[in-house]
Write a protein of this length. Structure first.
Length: 287
């Protein structure tokens, strides 16, 4: 069964600012029309041909919601970024931050496994020692030996809990860095000043997270921030004015010129009006 043809009213030029399907943009699997901000086909779920690749597995795969990292790759489950902009490619800083997120998750997973095994082992040793004490009678030496056997596992369990919390904090920091690099990249490569409303449309994040991104962008020295007439923050790439040539190359007004060196003075010769001194010749004749 062939897919439904694209209706004529939907064929609107993208330059007109319409959010409807763009001419020539269609699903590569079922040929359904795709709008400019859709990363995958709403009909069959196939990702766009120009969708960004996963920085972990390299697949062009759709995203799924994730409770911890917001969005994850459907192929490998790695942390991903979602931007409602066709043809957008994640900057290197964002991809590196996402890899750090996965490294923190892997390390946290190992610490959790180690903590679980050590906790179970320590509990088993203590229960076995208690059972022996109940069967053969209390023994101080047996109790001390049981505590000595369980102590390393108890310490490992406590260390695992601390390491797990540290990796969770590290994961959140790297994830914030990835979203900040993404917002900075969008502002830097935007043809016009990127407003807070436009940033909220491009990044499908909760309002609180968008406000935090705006706060970090406002103090970013590599971006220009201005307030629009309707009270919105607008960001753009920092424009560095080129250095002026000509007058700036000479000495600054009010500053004394640097005196020539001895070799420079010898090469230039005596200045007009200056007569060579006869004192050295006279001393030679007296000798």
């Amino acid at each position: 069964m062939s897919p439904d043809p694209l209706p004529a009213p939907a064929r609107v030029d993208a330059l007109a600012g319409s959010a409807g399907p763009v001419v020539g943009e269609s699903c590569r699997a079922c040929s359904s029309p795709l709008s400019a901000d859709e990363l995958s086909c709403p009909r069959c779920g196939t990702p766009r041909a120009d969708a960004p690749r996963c920085p972990h597995c390299g697949a062009i795969a759709d995203l799924r919601p994730d409770a911890e990292v917001r969005f994850a790759c459907r192929t490998c489950g790695g942390a991903r970024l979602k931007v409602r902009k066709a043809g957008w490619v994640a900057p290197g800083a964002a991809s590196d931050a996402l890899r750090q997120v996965e490294a923190a998750r892997s390390s946290r997973r190992l610490w959790r496994i180690g903590g679980a095994f050590s906790g179970v082992g320590a509990t088993g040793v203590l229960l076995l020692a208690l059972l022996i004490q109940l069967l053969v009678g209390f023994s101080l030496v047996g109790s001390v030996l049981a505590l000595l056997l369980a102590l390393p596992m108890l310490l490992l369990a406590v260390a695992s809990v601390a390491r797990t919390r540290a990796r969770t904090t590290e994961l959140g920091r790297h994830l914030d860095d990835a979203w900040h690099a993404t917002a900075e990249d969008l502002a830097r490569h935007s043809k016009t000043a990127l407003t807070s409303a436009e940033l909220g449309r491009l990044l499908p994040l909760p309002e609180r997270d968008v406000e935090q991104l705006l706060a970090t962008l406002a103090v970013d020295e590599s971006l220009e921030s201005n307030v629009t007439a309707d009270g919105q923050l607008a960001f753009s790439g920092l424009r560095i004015e080129p250095a002026e040539t000509g007058a700036a190359s000479g000495p600054v007004a009010g500053e004394a010129a640097t005196a020539p060196t001895v070799l420079q003075a010898a090469a230039l010769g005596p200045e007009p009006g200056d007569e060579p001194s006869a004192e050295p010749a006279k001393r030679t004749a007296d000798r």
